[in-house]
Design a protein around this ligand. Structure first.
Ligand code: PBG
Ligand code: ZN
Length: 308
């Protein structure tokens, strides 16, 4: 009766990695239980996710070929685009969110195109817009740019509106830190930068006020929801952004945070179920409405058991 926050499967979003091929299921070594899957297996995963009570997935694509521009990102027959069409046909209730970024598609692994040895912010905007449009055309319910280029929310909003997709919401990875916790993801998405790092476009972990500024810029550009990432190491930031906007707020409990919880439990330090539900509950308590987590399905089934 007096509990202030609740965690339910409705709050959770499962990341899914789509790879080329058929019948493929390639485990991600640093993230036990997580795998790259070809479209057919993604559909099965989507069905199970929906059956577990989790309302949404966020798709990441691993393309057949990478180039300097990341041109597979806007291929209407790319892995992500085909996965969207198949999921929407076979599991229509499940919300399909797509990650919009270049790093999985570029041969250099950066989130934008390179000019003079660094990412060219403005030249990248058009490419992100083309990618988002291609996802919307395939039937995505929501697009989520994760690249951290300035101005991309407006660029994506404009191209979607011009093409009749004005009803498609935009979830912005507004506050994304240059974190050490993305390691396992880069194995999963095959998106490790081949030179340098992402500190020219991702945020300094030391900054909190800047997070509010970044979030509000995206709100002004037309974001329908904003995100803070990572989650567990940045709960103060989640709380601060919660106070700054009434828009729905997501937090991304990232790959390294998943690995930390999972391997801590495997090493016998704590019980995985207790630790995960407490961590996810903590993210809710800090103010997030939605949590992107690799534990989404496990957490949903633990929550269902708790209810019984
Ligand atoms: C990059 C991107 C990252 C993640 C999702 N998209 C981070 C990065 O490589 O810098 C991280 C997600 C995770 O660690 O779970 N666009
Ligand atoms: Zn990226």
């Amino acid at each position: 009766m007096v509990r202030e926050t609740v965690l339910t499967p409705d709050d959770l979003i499962l990341p899914v990695f789509v790879c080329p091929g058929r019948g493929m299921r390639k485990p991600v070594e640093s993230m036990p239980g997580v795998a790259q899957m070809s479209v057919d297996n993604v559909v099965a995963e989507a069905r199970d996710t929906w059956a577990a009570g989790v309302p949404a997935v966020i798709l990441f694509g691993i393309p057949t070929k990478k180039d300097a521009q990341g041109s597979e990102a806007w291929n209407d027959d790319g892995e992500v685009q085909r996965a969207i069409r198949e999921i929407k046909e076979r599991v229509p209730g499940l919300a399909v969110i797509t990650d919009v970024c270049m790093c999985e598609y570029t041969d250099h692994g950066h989130c934008g195109i390179i000019k003079d040895g660094d990412v060219d912010n403005d030249a990248t905007l058009d490419l992100l817009a083309k990618e988002a449009l291609s996802h919307a055309r395939a039937g995505a319910d929501m697009v989520a740019p994760s690249d951290m280029m300035d101005g991309r929310v407006m660029a994506i909003r404009e191209i979607l509106d011009e093409n009749g997709f004005d009803q498609i919401p935009l979830m912005s990875y507004a506050v994304k830190y240059a974190s050490g916790y993305y390691g396992p993801f880069r194995e999963a998405a095959e998106s490790t930068p081949q030179f340098g790092d992402r500190r020219s476009y991702q945020m300094d972990p030391a900054n909190q006020r800047e997070a509010v500024r970044e979030a509000m810029l995206d709100v002004e550009e037309g974001a329908d929801m904003v995100m803070v990432k990572p989650a567990l190491t940045y709960l103060d930031v989640v709380a601060r952004v919660r106070d700054a906007t009434d828009l729905p707020l997501a937090a991304y409990c990232v790959s390294g945070e998943f690995a930390m919880l999972h391997h801590g439990a495997v090493a016998g330090a704590f019980d995985e179920r207790a630790a995960v539900l407490e961590a996810l509950g903590g993210i809710r308590r800090a103010g997030a409405d939605m949590i992107i987590t690799y534990h989404a399905r496990a957490a949903a089934s633990w929550l269902a058991e708790t209810k019984e």
